[in-house]
Design a protein around this ligand. Structure first.
Ligand code: AMP
Ligand code: MG
Length: 497
């Protein structure tokens, strides 16, 4: 009889004002299809912040319309669901056509920051599923959900996650697992591999259509420059460099930086076997399927650049001159180095730059490496350091096996702080605003996943709320900042998802 109640100005699920911008591209860019329904969907987790971003009333969570819609069981009135096509390089090798093998785009909704696409992941077979089953497991869906929202809270460009809807359907991986459907939000999910797809097929016309679509919608300022596609390459390269610098600074490892997982907008997408650095090791490989360590922590900057070269190769027919493509790529190195330098200065609470700061920073990384100190706790506790009181260094000092080596570095650091008259309280506040206390450690995700697999979803919600405020002291959640327990050493994350 009456419409379900909703808070003023917020939408119910079925009144989300969807448009279908991507569906306006020629039919070769996608396959129209409906998601495959799942039996008896239930709510595993939902993000109030993500909902509010698209004006959806969080009171909808758990209601039948929300569950059925974001399970893929029920369509939205204005939606033209589709799977987009793209290709890519996997682990450095051309892999041909890859996706969307298990994602369905519902359309795009308005948000404060421009329109946001709503995409289901794990919603069944598409014409691009290859050998896959079109599904995603609960485990990887929870990880993607939590990490998307955690990254956004850290201020790192990322796709967002609205919800995870579970079902008792079984999905076969190494062993039978519970399946789920995650709903992701991003201005677009167009990736480097979307361009490679047309370029490798010598389809210049489609390549141009895609470039025009991206420029008009997301880089409108580039429309009027002499060579818009060269400018697109430069801007995507700059944003990718910026993004990877932000990953390095927070210790985030993506795990599968294949070109089909690189956003043309320079945002983090396609969370799989990611990890956050704990005991520092620059060579750490978070993805157990990555036997060569191609995507190890210290490799990410180089791989980001490699991927931009792949994008340049794809865009070359539109750019025209190879030298123009090369000159656009030149921005990568300085953009990355400058961004990382800025971020590391901020992480160390340094307001100025000195010519010799590289030594202080390199010595810090050498110290972290030699002692395998916890990356997150190191910066957080370093924020508590008092310039004139080395006797109170214990919390940060205790992260190092070789305490004397820490002391020696701290002498250097203190001297540097004194040279810019650094005040303890102000520096502490500034450092705590950039050095998170809470990151999505694998073991925290694992606890939430195991409970969810037993139908207790409380930990997904609680962990989300902790990660939504990563820079705050949270006295009730102190344990979420703890070092991983011993059993966490046994955890393996791989491409299986
Ligand atoms: P990823 O490296 O995890 O992003 O996977 C590469 C591509 O494989 C994705 O773009 C998907 O289209 C496809 N894919 C992964 N898992 C599945 C699956 N279970 N069913 C169908 N396609 C899949
Ligand atoms: Mg992918």
């Amino acid at each position: 009889m009456n419409a379900p109640e909703c808070s003023f100005g917020l939408h119910r699920t079925e009144t989300l004002p969807l448009e279908n911008s991507y569906a306006g591209l020629p039919p070769a860019f996608y396959a129209r299809l409906l998601p495959t329904p799942i039996p008896a969907p239930y709510l595993v987790g939902a993000s109030t912040r993500a909902a509010e971003l698209i004006g959806l009333d969080p009171a909808e969570f758990g209601k039948t319309a929300f569950l059925e819609t974001f399970a893929g069981n029920r369509g939205l009135p204005e939606s033209i669901p589709l799977a987009a096509v793209y290709s890519g390089h996997q682990f450095g090798v051309w892999a041909g056509q890859l996706g969307d093998g298990r994602a369905v785009l519902l359309g795009d909704a308005p948000s404060a920051g421009g329109r946001m696409e709503l995409q289901l992941k794990g919603s069944g077979l598409t014409p691009y599923s290859r050998m896959g089953d079109g599904r995603a497991v609960l485990r990887s869906s929870i990880r993607e959900f939590l990490c998307s929202e955690a990254m956004a809270a850290l201020g790192i460009p990322s796709s967002r996650a609205l919800s995870v809807v579970g079902s008792d359907m079984t999905v076969m991986r190494e062993s039978p697992e519970t399946g789920a459907v995650a709903t992701r939000l991003a201005p677009t999910f167009i990736r480097f591999g979307s361009f490679e797809h047309w370029s490798y097929r010598d389809r210049r016309e489609e390549l141009q259509v895609l470039a025009d679509y991206v420029i008009d919608r997301f880089y409108p300022d580039l429309r009027t420059v002499p060579n818009p596609c060269q400018a697109l390459l430069r801007e995507a390269t700059r944003r990718t460099a910026d993004l990877v610098a932000q990953w390095q600074a927070v210790g985030f490892m993506h795990g599968v930086m294949n070109t089909d997982n690189m956003s043309i907008l320079g945002i983090t997408i396609d969370y799989g076997p990611f990890g956050f650095m704990e005991a520092f090791d620059a060579g750490h490989i978070c993805n157990h399927s990555d036997h060569q360590g191609r995507y190890a922590y210290q490799m990410q900057p180089k791989i980001g650049q490699w991927n931009c070269y792949a994008l340049a190769q794809a865009l070359l027919p539109l750019i025209g001159d190879i030298e123009d493509a090369q000159s656009a790529l030149e921005i990568y190195k300085p953009a990355f180095e400058n961004k990382l330098d800025d971020l590391l200065h901020a992480k160390l609470g340094l307001r100025s730059k000195e010519s010799d700061d590289g030594t202080l920073i390199n010595d810090m990384f050498a110290l972290l490496q030699a002692n395998h100190a916890d990356f997150t706790l190191f910066f957080r506790r370093l924020g508590e350091l008092q310039v004139d009181n080395p006797a109170d260094d214990t919390p940060v000092r205790d992260l190092f096996i070789d305490r004397l080596a820490f002391d020696a570095w701290a002498v250097q650091y203190r001297a540097r702080l004194r040279r810019e008259n650094s005040a303890d309280a102000a520096r502490r506040a500034a450092m705590h605003a950039v050095n998170p206390k809470f990151v999505l450690r694998n073991y925290l995700a694992q606890i939430a996943i195991e409970k969810a697999q037993n139908k207790d979803f409380s930990e997904v919600a609680r962990l989300l709320s902790v990660l939504e405020n990563p820079f705050d002291e949270q006295p009730d959640n102190e344990t979420y900042a703890n070092l991983p327990p011993d059993w966490a050493n046994e955890l393996e994350v791989s491409c299986s998802s």
